[in-house]
Design a protein around this ligand. Structure first.
Ligand code: GDP
Length: 405
């Protein structure tokens, strides 16, 4: 009989425990929820995740990151869940180094003969004014922009006059030097994704919808994981229904958690704030925030993006604001870029779709226009088709130079 009573008491205590846990389940601000990628089966690999550097950081995913630390409520939370979601296989992305060289062929194919046309014109016996005009035209058609094109032609004229004879190799060398002078910037291209003492690096990804923002966030998360960083994603593009799912899928493939909202159209600033707070709490290396890029008016954008930035900065400083630009949109893309640069301090440009029909001159034009370096380039739809931009590889690809590497 006593045993029977004890059993009833134990059952009652358990029931109260489960009910209480359900009621008190923590929620983020404004219904923000976290997709815990770490709750998935991560036992597959993740050996690339640096562990030595992370020594002493609690909560940081390591090579053996599997489940979050057990809490008294963990069994009670799991019990009512009907069926386990399908477990994606955790991938081990390659590191970022050397990617642009690997993707060089794609870059060369996409430049629609811009380098070859210049080389052929410059190799003519007589370089008269008409030829120089043609050279300028090729540069402008390749999206270099009028002012830089004129500058290039003027510099080339001077060099040709001084150097006289021109063998094909000399012409190539000449053009290479001049293009490099236009493509290279003073500003460093290295992404500021180093974790700081006591807080993660925070990267805000902005740009017009359709440019490849969400894809870039996903690819960048992969690349950072490939380099050994722990990453947390913030789905602050709450206006496009599929964006959060898209981002979460990217994250799950490499074991990066996504902070998102339950509600479509939720306040993007709240999601961004919650993402950064979670990133600080979990002591991850980098927090990547995807934002919405509705460009109705500059005021809308200022309200939206300006607020995201202000709210995040209440919690921590932002290390990078990456502007994603579709390289195939030419001058129109440049106009959009200008509006974004007025609203937020852009620190780097990601040029996507450079594998397509883009004309490479946009690299020169956009850097000059915004005074900000291109830091990353998208060279395809594949998960690892995002590369740190390298000026020499880019110019060599345009000119068809087999760079000794
Ligand atoms: P968002 O609205 O700015 O977030 O754009 P998405 O990330 O959804 O991307 C829009 C489309 O561009 C998708 O079909 C992507 O696969 C595609 N895309 C993104 N980056 C690249 C790239 O570098 N090359 C190519 N060819 N397609 C890309």
């Amino acid at each position: 009989m006593i045993d029977y009573i004890i059993l009833i008491v134990v059952l009652a205590v358990l029931l109260v425990g489960v009910g209480g846990t359900m009621l008190l389940r923590p929620r983020g601000m404004h219904g923000v929820r976290r997709s815990r990628a770490k709750e998935l089966d991560l036992t597959g690999s993740m050996t690339a995740v640096k562990d030595e550097e992370n020594n002493g950081r609690s909560g940081t995913a390591t090579a053996t990151a599997t489940a979050p630390p057990p809490t008294p409520t963990a069994p009670a939370q799991r019990a009512p869940e009907p069926a386990a979601p399908p477990r994606p296989t955790l991938e081990k992305p390659p590191p970022s180094a050397g990617r642009m060289v690997r993707l060089r062929a794609r870059l060369a194919r996409s430049q629609s003969g811009f380098g070859a046309a210049l080389l052929s014109l410059l190799s003519r016996d007589r370089l008269d004014e008409d030829t120089w005009d043609e050279i300028e035209e090729v540069l402008i058609t390749a999206d270099v922009g009028v002012t830089p094109a004129r500058q290039l032609v003027s510099d080339l004229k001077t060099r040709v006059k001084v150097e006289g004879t021109r063998t094909p190799a000399e012409v190539q060398g000449l053009l290479r030097t001049e293009l490099l002078a236009q493509v290279q910037t003073e500003a460093p291209r290295t992404l500021r994704t180093q974790r700081h003492e006591g807080r993660p690096a925070v990267v805000l990804v902005v740009g017009v919808n359709g440019t490849g923002k969400t894809t870039t966030c996903g690819k960048l998360a992969r690349s950072l994981v490939g380099d050994g960083d722990t990453v947390l994603l913030g789905a602050a593009d709450t206006f496009r229904a599929a964006a959060a799912d898209q981002l979460q899928t990217w994250g799950e493939r490499v074991g990066a958690e996504t902070v998102r909202s339950d509600k479509e159209g939720a306040d993007p600033a709240s999601v961004a704030f919650d993402a950064v707070s979670t990133g600080i709490e979990q002591e991850v290396d980098v927090v990547l925030i995807d934002t919405a890029g509705r460009l109705h008016t500059k005021n809308d954008l200022m309200d939206e993006l300006g607020k995201v930035k202000r709210v995040v900065e209440k919690r921590t400083a932002i290390d990078e604001v990456l502007l994603v630009l579709d390289a195939t949109t030419g001058q129109n893309g440049l106009r959009q870029a200008r509006v974004f640069a007025e609203v937020v301090d852009v620190t780097g440009i990601v040029l996507t779709k450079l594998d397509g029909t883009a004309k490479g001159g946009i690299v020169i034009a956009v850097q000059r226009e915004l005074g900000v370096p291109v830091k990353l380039v998208g060279l395809g739809e594949g998960p690892d088709d995002l590369a740190p931009f390298d000026a020499e590889t880019f110019v060599d690809a345009i000119l068809g130079v087999d760079a000794p590497r």
